[in-house]
Design a protein around this ligand. Structure first.
Ligand code: NAD
Length: 459
């Protein structure tokens, strides 16, 4: 038996004791998680910095956001665990029957994270899984060696492996893990690997949440506050050097305000990062030279209106604006996942909507407008996981909003109560008082009894 199978067996036996189902166990594990983050906060900040040279604000999001969600979950958990009463048909209620829904954990959850958000995107799902009463196996990313090494060290110090364990490794290790009958798989990463996960999960009929990426539009109509839109969109597309799943992937601007948008976007790049972004501590590195090469290959130098430079040795791609970009351009083929913002124009909103709808469904969509009719039309006509009006990126950190994709950007969602629901099975229970039979279920089936069956749908 290999070590992963042993680990899974251990977690399953532990889960089957029902210990994870108590409120105390869940709160206890969440407290351990909070303790791990608080007691090692500086080390976490440093490792994120080592992996990304990233801005302090992003380090804070990585570590402080999980702490915030732990507090929120802890304050709500007792209510979430209460069985939910369900109405029953009138004749059953009259006979003393009642219905209840009990949210039941699945068991051992395999959590696979991406390289970006190497703490947040492992611990957010882990907090969700624990709050739902599941055990957890975390798979760290090989692309973030410093952060992964820290989690490899700390998780065994703070958790029993039968409750929360960590596994490091890349494709080979994930392939081995995917052969096992986990009770749930929570995957965050690319659509390409998402398909591999879903195929493997099918073998054991394991339920999944897939948090994937997408090429996210930001639509700017002729009524938008252009300076505000440009600064927010440039920030959204370049923060974490664009290595953020919900970043705007392209700006789609009404032609009458396109020149103004480009002017404001260029201004925003300088306001955010100065004249030398490479040496600005608030500007992140690209995760590795391979991704720099990929991104550099997407930049059509004839369309560069800001930035355009890159250096594999320094893991650097400048905050880059491309204009005017057409749908046929290479940069529009797929999610960019880097600090490059293509700017396209439209003349007719219906045509713009149809162009967006012809592309795979994105994870996020942003609308910049002061016109209610346009805003409502865009929000209604476009299919996307989540998004914002006159704001980008930060919807992910609003714990009362579900986070997840749709279509090729993923399935299932989480954060707060939504995650609790995704990581539990709504077990339905109909309770009869002892001795209260439903006579018309028993033969002989007289006309009166058949007639009584119609009562099933009266509530
Ligand atoms: P990735 O899909 O390459 O890797 C994700 C995980 O899968 C890693 O842990 C990796 O080790 C593993 N993996 C890679 N190849 C595999 C294979 N062939 N078989 C099995 N496992 C494999 O993604 P990435 O490059 O680390 O991250 C970027 C992607 O993640 C982007 O597409 C981004 O949009 C997406 N993402 C989505 C969200 C979200 O919440 N929706 C958040 C962050 C990132």
């Amino acid at each position: 038996m290999n070590k992963y199978q042993e680990l899974l067996n251990r977690q399953k036996s532990y889960f089957n004791t029902s210990i994870t189902k108590s409120l105390e166990w869940r709160i206890g594990q969440l407290d351990r998680m909070a303790g791990m983050l608080k007691e090692n906060m500086n080390e976490f900040y440093q490792t994120v910095s080592q992996d990304f040279k990233t801005a302090i604000s992003e380090q804070v999001f990585e570590v402080n956001a999980p702490l915030g969600i732990i507090e929120l979950v802890k304050s709500e958990l007792k209510n979430w665990l209460k069985p939910i009463p369900a109405a029953v048909p009138k004749f059953l209620a009259d006979a003393g029957y009642s219905g209840a829904i009990q949210r039941d954990p699945f068991g051992s959850t395999l959590i696979i994270g991406p390289f970006n958000g190497p703490i947040l995107l492992l611990l957010y799902p882990a907090i969700t899984a624990i709050s739902a009463g599941n055990t957890v196996v975390l798979k760290t990313s090989v692309d973030t060696p410093a952060t992964s090494a820290l989690l490899d060290k700390l998780i065994p110090q703070y958790f029993e492996p039968e409750a929360v364990a960590v596994v490091s490794g890349g494709v080979e290790e994930v392939t081995e893990l995917l052969k096992l009958p986990f009770d749930f798989i929570f995957f965050t990463g690319s659509a390409r690997v998402g398909k591999i996960i879903l195929r493997a999960a099918a073998e054991h009929l394991t339920p999944v949440v897939l948090e994937l990426g997408g090429h996210n539009p930001a639509v700017i109509d002729e009524t938008a506050d252009i300076a505000d839109a440009a600064k927010k969109i440039v920030w959204g597309a370049t923060t974490w050097a664009g290595q953020f799943c919900a970043s705007p992937g392209y700006a789609y601007v009404h032609e009458s305000v396109a020149e103004e948008f480009v002017k404001e976007a260029k201004k925003a790049v300088v306001e955010l990062y100065g004249d030398d972004p490479k040496n600005n501590p608030d500007y992140s590195s690209i995760i590795n030279a391979g991704h720099v090469k990929r991104l550099a290959g997407l930049i059509d130098q004839s369309k560069v209106v800001a930035g355009g430079e890159s250096s594999e040795a320094e893991r650097y791609v400048a905050p880059t604006l491309l204009y005017p970009v057409a749908w046929e351009d290479k940069i529009m083929e797929d999610e960019i996942f880097g600090p490059i913002l293509p700017i396209l124009t439209y003349t007719n909103l219906d045509k713009a909507i149809s162009n967006i709808n012809n592309a795979p469904k994105p994870l996020a969509t942003y609308v910049f407008s002061t016109d209610k009719t346009n805003t409502d039309k865009l929000l209604k006509s476009l299919s996307f996981g989540g998004g914002g009006v006159n704001i980008v990126n930060v919807q992910l950190f609003v714990a009362t909003l579900p986070f997840g994709g749709v279509g090729s950007s993923g399935m299932g969602n989480y954060v707060g109560k939504f995650g609790f629901d995704s990581l539990t099975n709504p077990k339905s229970i109909l309770i009869s008082p002892a001795g209260a039979a439903i006579d018309h279920l028993y033969p002989p089936y007289t006309m009166d009894k058949l007639q009584a069956l119609n009562n099933w749908f009266e509530y």
